[in-house]
Design a protein around this ligand. Structure first.
Ligand SMILES: Nc1ncnc2c1ncn2[C@@H]1O[C@H](COP(=O)(O)OP(=O)(O)OP(=O)(O)O)[C@@H](O)[C@H]1O
Ligand SMILES: [Mg+2]
Length: 112
């Protein structure tokens, strides 16, 4: 199992949700977040040094997927979330130890 954390533009959320639903993804957690990436946004002076910090609104989608779902989900995210402009976001993928459905006690792939 993999945890796929995806940070996207808020304006892309509805399309991404629809595309993931079509792929059969059933569970997701979505949060409004703020962040910045490689570009540093507005500059300000801090102790004589240029110091930069602008946190822009983004949406973070957490997905837990079976290994065999990951590639098509990533492909879809790349297609649907991309505008080609700076700030389209990122996808972080990590191995996930276990998943437990609280209602039934099922674990692993069966609980995803
Ligand atoms: N290294 C990182 N660690 C954690 N979060 C990140 C990282 N890079 C980007 N993010 C998150 O992703 C959001 C979008 O990042 P963004 O797409 O601007 O990345 P980038 O590396 O600057 O790429 P681009 O050059 O396409 O803008 C950020 O606002 C932040 O929330
Ligand atoms: Mg950026």
């Amino acid at each position: 199992m993999k945890k796929v954390e995806c940070i996207i533009r808020p304006q892309r959320l509805e399309e991404v949700k629809a595309a993931l639903t079509e792929l059969g993804v059933v569970g997701m957690t979505v949060q409004d977040v703020r962040g910045c990436g490689k570009q540093k946004g507005v500059t300000a002076m801090y102790r004589g040094m240029e110091y930069t910090m602008t946190l822009l609104p983004k949406v973070k989608i957490d997905l837990v997927l079976r290994d065999d779902q990951v590639e098509e989900v990533v492909e879809t995210l790349l297609q649907v979330a991309r505008t080609g402009e700076l700030g389209d976001g990122k996808i972080f993928i990590t191995n996930l130890e276990d998943v437990i459905r609280i209602r039934t006690g099922e674990r692993g792939d069966a609980a995803v």
